[in-house]
Design a protein around this ligand. Structure first.
Ligand code: NAD
Ligand code: 2YJ
Ligand code: MG
Length: 259
């Protein structure tokens, strides 16, 4: 799986504000409102312990400091532990953190020490980007396209099926498609077919996954995928609202999920 790089994390707050404006314009709600709607929770100044983790590929420059920026942006009281790993975890729990955030190369979790709730970044990211796409003000029908059914996209597709949208999905992996059809009831989508969607969730690690035949003239593309799957020329030709950001929206979703 792709790891975040220091470059992905530059200018985080600016990107966050910019995406929040796009989301407001496209859905009438901001990120916090959308998270409140999904989980039925609110944040109330909780203390968040951020534990750097050295295993695998090790510390990512700016990862912990980005989490601190994000927690503070949402009005929480964040602190990065002085030590990483088990010592850092001990430090966070001993200093009475309400929520612990930590990630290795495979999983990124939020754990609420008060109520025991635990959430993963991949599920929370899929769910929140799906919810954003589904709230598009200018949607032309209940049809929504999910591109990529990995950890993030599958969770997003599942959320949309539960919310009673007509969920079309595409993943080049045949087994994944079969599983999503059987378990979730998604409608298999053939990228060669001409079916234009006004709501799209893209969750792949590849560029140029979106083609002209998939997108309506006016549409919302909600994508956590890094790099962006929307080819530049398509973005220029159509009236596209693009929500795309490497970390913040998913983390906001994790925080609301464990409240
Ligand atoms: P994953 O490897 O579990 O799944 C990716 C899926 O995309 C696979 O099933 C693959 O077959 C499919 N795919 C590849 N090319 C495709 C194409 N052309 N069309 C359709 N499907 C295609 O990865 P993941 O954990 O689900 O993550 C997906 C992306 O989201 C990655 O780029 C990851 O870095 C990113 N991500 C971003 C955030 C964020 O906050 N922005 C959070 C988590 C993950
Ligand atoms: O603590 C650190 O600095 C590192 N151990 C952080 C590792 C972050 N992990 C990832 O980026 C993984 N891809 C999983 C999380 C996806 C976040 N979008
Ligand atoms: Mg995000």
């Amino acid at each position: 799986m792709a790891l975040l790089t220091p470059q992905d994390l530059e200018g985080l707050t600016k990107q966050l504000e910019c995406n929040n404006n796009t989301i407001k314009k496209a859905t009438g709600m901001d990120i916090a409102d959308i998270c409140k709607q999904i989980y039925g929770t609110t944040l109330d100044g909780e203390k968040v312990g951020i534990v750097p983790i050295t295993s695998g590929n090790g510390i990512i420059t700016n990862f912990s400091s980005s989490l601190l920026t994000i927690t503070e942006y949402f009005g929480l009281d964040g602190a990065i532990t002085e030590h990483p790993d088990v010592t850092g975890y001990y430090e966070a729990v001993s200093s009475d953190a309400d929520i612990i955030l930590m990630a290795d190369d495979h999983i990124f979790i939020a754990h609420n020490m008060r109520n025991g709730k635990i959430a993963t970044n991949h599920v929370c990211t899929g769910v929140v980007y799906a919810e954003i796409a589904s709230r598009y003000k200018y949607a032309d029908s209940k049809d929504i396209l999910v591109i990529g059914l990995g950890r993030v996209g599958y969770a997003g597709a599942q959320h949309l099926v539960k919310r009673n949208f007509d969920v079309y999905a595409y993943d080049p992996d045949r087994e994944t498609m079969e599983k999503a059809r059987k378990e979730l009831g998604i409608i298999p989508y053939d990228p060669e077919e001409e079916h234009k969607f006004s709501m799209v969730l893209e969750a792949t690690p590849n560029p140029n996954t979106i083609s002209e035949g998939m997108v309506a003239e006016r549409c919302l593309i909600s994508t956590p995928g890094i790099p962006c799957g929307l080819p530049e020329d398509i973005g220029e030709r159509n009236e596209i609202d693009l929500v795309m950001e490497p970390l913040t929206i998913g983390v906001a979703s994790m925080l609301y999920a464990v409240m």
